[in-house]
Design a protein around this ligand. Structure first.
Ligand code: NDP
Length: 265
């Protein structure tokens, strides 16, 4: 999709993938720096460790604790997080959802959750309930973010049908940021690892899964079977890429990335 945007804007550049081992990250970044590469993305498992290889990171990336986009600015490599902005843009563009004053249940407390919770708080969500398998990790996230988000009422619950029943009943949006469903081959069900109390969820509640895979994720299918409007993370993938493109080039890619992804599916 980045190459489609370069072509649409007639920019003489190319976006290529490299597989980098965790132990080689510093060497890889030194190579990119030496070659005067203008920008790059980083993904799992490098989003945290990349920070120590950079000259500067944006305030947002610093708070979230993860960088997914790096730009060369003069002789410096500067890190940004476009997952948070991409998530918000996708919520609005793809789902028509504005978080201001709304109640959201977030499953997960990993890197994607940090970007999404930060984005929800910045956008004025009234309540964010974080449910994670490892509750200590969710408590740590809450401890870091709650002082920065005085207008958002934040709680932690464990990840179970029982503890999620009450928060889900009153939620405007349920967001999955866990990897549940990512490796499920039977695309119809995640079985016992599905933590959502579907019987207690109103069909007006919206569902967003940051995970994406061909043919929709099992949780998106389950939510739709429950009568809910539900989307997977393709919209967020596109929107974070659009934000990165703007950082690197200063241009809005228009709908070139969306078209490229639609044509690829
Ligand atoms: P992390 O490894 O940082 O976090 C993984 C999260 O999933 C943790 O909360 C973890 O819980 C939970 N988890 C993993 N397996 C299970 C399980 N079997 N049952 C319950 N919880 C589980 O990963 P990220 O946050 O970086 O990524 C999560 C997903 O989001 C990935 O699928 C990734 O592809 C997707 N993503 C999508 C983006 C997009 O643009 N659409 C952008 C970024 C990420 P615990 O803490 O208890 O281990």
């Amino acid at each position: 999709m980045q190459n489609a945007a370069f072509a649409a804007k007639e920019i003489n550049a190319v976006y290529v993938p490299f597989s980098v081992r965790e132990t080689d990250l510093h060497h890889a970044v030194t190579g990119l720096r030496t070659l005067h590469v203008q920008g790059f993305n980083v993904t799992i498992p490098h989003k945290q460790n990349i920070i120590s290889c950079l000259d500067r990171v944006s305030l947002e990336a610093q708070v979230i604790g993860a960088v997914n986009t790096v730009a060369r600015e003069g002789n410096k490599l500067v890190g940004y997080n476009t997952d948070a902005g991409g998530f918000l843009r996708s919520l609005q563009y793809d789902l028509g959802f504005l978080p201001h004053g709304r109640r959201v249940v977030v499953l997960g407390a990993g890197g994607a959750a940090r970007a999404c919770v930060y984005a929800l708080c910045q956008a004025g969500a009234a309540e964010v309930v974080i449910a994670n398998r490892n509750t200590a990790r969710a408590e740590a996230l809450l401890g870091e973010f709650a002082p920065l988000c005085p207008h958002t009422n934040m709680h932690v619950v464990s990840l179970s049908k029982e503890t999620l029943a009450a928060p889900c009943l009153g939620a405007d949006l349920i967001l999955n940021t866990t990897s549940i469903g990512l490796d499920v081959l039977d695309t119809d069900t995640v079985g016992a690892s599905d933590p959502l109390p579907w019987g207690n969820i109103n069909s007006e509640t919206l569902f967003y899964d940051v995970v994406y895979k061909p043919g929709f994720t099992p949780l998106v299918k389950r939510a739709r079977a429950n009568g809910m409007v539900a989307l997977d993370g393709i919209g967020m993938l596109i929107a974070q890429g659009e934000e990165a493109f703007k950082i690197w080039t200063g241009f809005d890619p228009g709908d070139s990335m969306r078209r490229a992804v639609a044509n690829a599916n």
